[in-house]
Unconditional design. Structure first.
Length: 328
């Protein structure tokens, strides 16, 4: 593709973790009950995401990597209402293919043949019959091999892996009914069971100690504000011994970062007289998409709310309430 297109794709694909986010979302959208992420060298050299979802027919697969042809955005109202900030753009696979060597192997759940398609630097180089169980495997090699400026900005593999791990664990926790596993250099980092039980998922990801420090965020009696609901888990500062903070935020089911959520948790902790503790939280916010700021870049993880202070007050209240509750 043209340089300009590669640069555009490099903007939407920030780092290995953003690739993992898009692929895991696709697997979950495809009704997978099992999603396995495997990365090499922090994801810089290789990323693979395998699922047992509904898969694709050959023609669907060919359309999936084209530009803009598979968008779930129905009309311009969707764009204006902020859906775009939450990752419904229909161009992730196309963008990833433009800046890597991409192979997708897939077989429809309804039967039929498996197909493998390869893309190198944005060009489809092969489409052929293959062997694959029902579901889809997406493999990326050499991210940004053709965008040296981008590749240069990647951090150490261990840092890139931390980001990948954060995304994978977050999706594991957000979808306790899906068995999510992560492997780094062939070694399993974690694997949830997919039993549907959130506490069990927390245990699988972080171990018993963290699971036992968790309080359930119910959002009951949430003050009035932009958020329709707040749910999830937050660690109690007295029992949590984490050595670093760990926050996963989902807005309308999509993984994001939102600095206002972090501030709210830190403030709730201060109120609890535990300023030196690292918060550990997984929060699910639901909100009218129209109140999520669309000026932030659509593929970057950071989101802003139209009324940040009001969102902060609501999250802080929900977390304070949770810290008063009994353990799980
Ligand atoms: P979007 O998810 O926004 O539609 P993507 O570029 O991420 O855009 O994916 C394009 C299309 O490819 C999806 O709409 C879906 O039809 C198909 N697809 C992608 N990944 C999978 C998967 N793991 N299983 C089945 N279909 C998939
Ligand atoms: Mg997608």
């Amino acid at each position: 593709p043209q340089t300009v297109e590669r640069i555009a794709a490099g903007e939407v694909v920030e780092r290995p973790a953003s690739v993992v986010k898009e692929l895991v979302e696709n697997s979950i959208d495809a009704d997978a009950s099992r999603v396995t992420v495997a990365v090499e060298n922090g994801g810089i050299d290789g990323i693979s995401v395998r699922d047992d979802g509904y898969g694709m027919e050959r023609d669907e697969l060919e359309r999936a990597v084209e530009k803009h042809t598979t968008s779930k955005i129905r009309d311009i109202d969707d764009l204006e209402s902020g859906v775009a900030t939450l990752g419904f753009r229909g161009e992730a696979l196309h963008a990833i293919g433009a800046v890597s060597r991409l192979t997708i192997t897939t077989r429809p759940r309804t039967g039929g043949e498996a197909t493998e398609l390869t893309v190198e630097g944005g060009e489809v180089t092969a489409v052929r019959p293959a062997g694959h169980p029902p579901g889809t495997t997406v493999e990326i090699e050499d991210l940004f091999y053709n965008v040296p400026a981008r590749r240069k900005y990647l951090k150490q593999p261990s840092t890139e892996f931390d980001h990948v791990n954060t995304v994978a664990t977050s999706y594991g926790l957000a979808n306790p009914d899906v068995a999510v596993a992560l492997e780094h250099e062939g070694r399993e980092t974690f694997a949830t069971t997919g039993s549907g039980d959130l506490q069990e998922a927390v245990m699988a990801v972080y171990g018993r100690e963290v699971a036992e420090a968790m309080r359930s965020v119910s959002g009951d009696g949430l003050p009035e504000g932009p958020l329709d609901s707040v749910g999830g888990l937050v660690s109690h500062p007295e029992t949590n011994r984490a050595s670093r903070e760990y926050l996963s935020t989902f807005v309308n089911g999509r993984y994001v970062t939102a600095s206002v959520v972090r501030e709210a948790i830190v403030d709730a902790y201060d109120t609890q007289l535990a300023p030196d503790r690292y918060p550990f939280a997984v929060l699910f916010l639901s909100v009218d998409p129209a109140t999520v700021d669309v000026n932030v870049h659509p593929r970057k993880l950071e989101v802003r709310f139209a009324d940040e202070d009001a969102v902060k007050d609501q999250v802080e209240a929900a977390v304070e309430q949770a810290l008063l509750e009994e353990g799980l």
